[in-house]
Design a protein around this ligand. Structure first.
Ligand code: PLP
Length: 405
C-alpha cells in the first residue's frame, strides 16, 4: 500500500506566458516605471553578496548615490525593500518613545511618515496642509515654535495629490534653525528635480528604485547626514526593527560584512540606473523632466481636461488630471490599459487619474502614445475632448514653438 507524502495537492497553475500580455504594457502611472535595457539586464544576474565584485559595486553605488542626493556624507545605505522600507529605516532609527516629531502632511505618503513615527512611540504632531496647497512658512514657523520637534518629516513631491512642496529648501532651513533634524521623502522626485541634501541642510533623504531612478521596485536608498548618523549611533536602546537597523546595515554597506543577504540582482540593477543618471548628468535629466512634463501638461490642457494641482505647487514628476463629473478614474485606467496597452494610475479615492513623468517615462514617443491613448479613451467613454488640439499642443511644446504662457 502506498502512502502519500503530501496531503495538500499540487495546484494547477499556468505559466507566466499565459498571464502576461504578449507585449508589455507601457507603464505611465505613478510607478513602477519602465526600466532601461541595462537595468533589466543587470537584474538577471546573481553574484556572491560578499565577494570582491559586490564590494566594488557597493562602492560605486554609494559614490553615485552621493551625487544624486548631492551630499558628501559618508552615510549612504541601500535597503532591501520598497521606498516605504527606506522611510521606515529613517523614522525608526531616528525616533523612539517620547521623541518629538513634527510631520508636515500634504497627503497619503507624507501621512505615512507620521504613522511610522507614531508606531515607534514618538510624540507626533501633524501639520495638516489642505489638499492642493503647500505648507506656508508662517505655519511651519508657528508649528516649530509650538512643538519644539527633534525631527521634522516632509515630502518633496506628494505623489498622491500631485502637490510639490516647492518651499522645501526654506522649510528645511526653518527646521534646522529650530534645532530639528529634517527627514525628506524624495521617493518620486529624486533625480527628476533639484534636491540638494547638503546645501539645504537635510538630515535624511529616502528614495525608492521604481520612480525617478527608473530601476526595479524593491531596492531603495537612504542617506543620513553626520548629525543624523550621530543620533542613530548614540541612541540608548536598540529599536524593534532588526532588518532596518541602520547600525546593522552599516556592516554590509560600509564594512563589507554580513547583515542579511542583499538583493544582489536588484543592487546591480540600481547600479546601472544610477550609472545612467550620472552619464546623463543631473542638469540634463532635470531639464528633460521639466520639458516633458510641461509638454504633457500643455497637451492635457489642450484636450480640454483640467490639471488637478494649482500651478504654483504643481508637481512635474506626476501629473494629476481631474476627471469630469460622473467619470470614475477606475473606468478610465481600465479602458486605456485594455484598449491602448498604456497603464496609468488612479489615486486613493481622489477624482483624478495620474500620469507619471519619472525617468524613462519622460521620452517623447511615450508622451505621444500616452496622450493619444488618454484622448481616445475619453472620447470612447463619451467625454468630448479635442484630441488633435491636444497632440498639436504636445508637439508645439516639445519643439519649442508653443507661445509663451
Ligand atoms: C511611491 C511613494 C512612496 C512609497 O514607495 P513604495 O516603494 O511604494 O513603498 C513613498 N513616498 C512617495 C512620495 C512616493 O511617491
Amino acid at each position: 500500500m502506498s502512502t502519500s507524502v503530501t496531503s495538500i495537492p499540487c495546484p494547477d497553475v499556468v505559466s507566466l506566458d499565459a498571464i502576461l500580455p504578449e507585449e508589455p504594457l507601457l507603464m505611465m502611472g505613478a510607478g513602477p516605471v519602465p526600466i532601461p535595457a541595462a537595468v533589466a539586464k543587470a537584474n538577471t544576474i546573481v553574484i556572491n553578496h560578499l565577494g570582491a565584485t559586490m564590494a566594488k559595486v557597493i562602492g560605486q553605488v554609494k559614490e553615485m548615490a552621493r551625487y544624486v542626493f548631492q551630499t558628501r556624507s559618508k552615510w549612504v545605505l541601500g535597503v532591501a525593500g520598497p521606498g516605504s522600507a527606506a522611510m521606515e529605516m529613517a523614522i525608526s532609527n531616528l525616533a523612539w518613545s517620547g521623541t518629538r516629531v513634527l510631520s508636515i502632511k500634504n497627503g497619503f505618503f507624507s501621512a505615512r511618515m507620521a504613522e511610522m513615527a507614531q508606531r515607534c512611540g514618538a510624540d507626533v504632531a501633524v501639520l495638516e496642509v489642505p489638499d492642493g496647497a503647500v505648507a506656508s512658512l508662517d505655519d511651519v514657523s508657528a508649528a516649530l515654535a509650538r512643538e519644539r520637534p527633534e525631527i521634522v518629516t516632509i515630502v518633496q513631491g506628494e505623489t498622491s495629490n500631485t502637490v510639490w512642496n516647492h518651499q522645501l529648501k526654506d522649510i528645511a532651513a526653518l527646521a534646522k534653525a529650530a534645532g530639528a533634524l529634517v527627514v525628506v521623502d524624495a521617493v518620486c522626485t529624486l533625480s527628476t528635480m533639484p534636491l540638494e541634501m547638503d546645501a539645504w541642510g537635510i538630515d535624511a533623504v529616502i528614495t525608492g528604485g521604481q520612480k525617478g531612478l527608473s530601476s526595479i521596485p524593491g531596492v531603495s536608498l537612504i542617506a543620513f547626514s553626520d548629525a543624523a548618523w550621530q543620533r542613530v549611533k548614540t541612541r540608548e536602546r536598540v529599536g524593534a526593527h532588526w532588518c532596518l537597523d541602520a547600525s546593522l546595515a552599516e556592516n554590509f554597506w560600509h564594512n563589507a560584512g554580513y547583515h542579511y543577504t542583499a538583493p544582489v540582482s536588484g543592487v546591480l540593477a540600481l547600479h546601472e540606473a544610477l550609472r545612467l543618471v550620472c552619464a546623463e548628468t543631473l542638469e540634463k535629466r532635470f531639464a528633460r523632466h521639466l520639458k516633458c512634463s510641461l509638454a504633457l501638461q500643455a497637451g492635457i490642457s489642450a484636450l480640454g481636461l483640467a490639471l488637478y494641482a494649482p500651478e504654483p505647487c504643481r508637481l512635474n514628476s506626476v501629473v494629476g488630471i481631474q476627471m469630469p463629473d460622473g467619470f470614475s478614474p477606475n473606468d478610465v485606467c481600465g479602458h486605456i490599459s485594455r484598449h491602448h496597452q498604456v497603464e496609468i494610475s488612479g489615486s486613493f479615492g481622489l477624482p483624478i487619474v495620474r500620469i507619471g513623468q519619472m525617468g524613462e517615462q519622460c521620452r517623447e514617443h511615450n508622451l505621444f502614445r500616452t496622450l493619444h491613448a488618454l484622448g481616445r479613451t475619453m472620447v470612447d467613454l463619451g467625454v468630448g475632448v479635442d484630441l488633435p488640439a491636444g497632440v498639436a499642443a504636445l508637439e508645439q511644446s516639445l519643439s519649442g514653438s508653443a507661445r509663451a504662457r
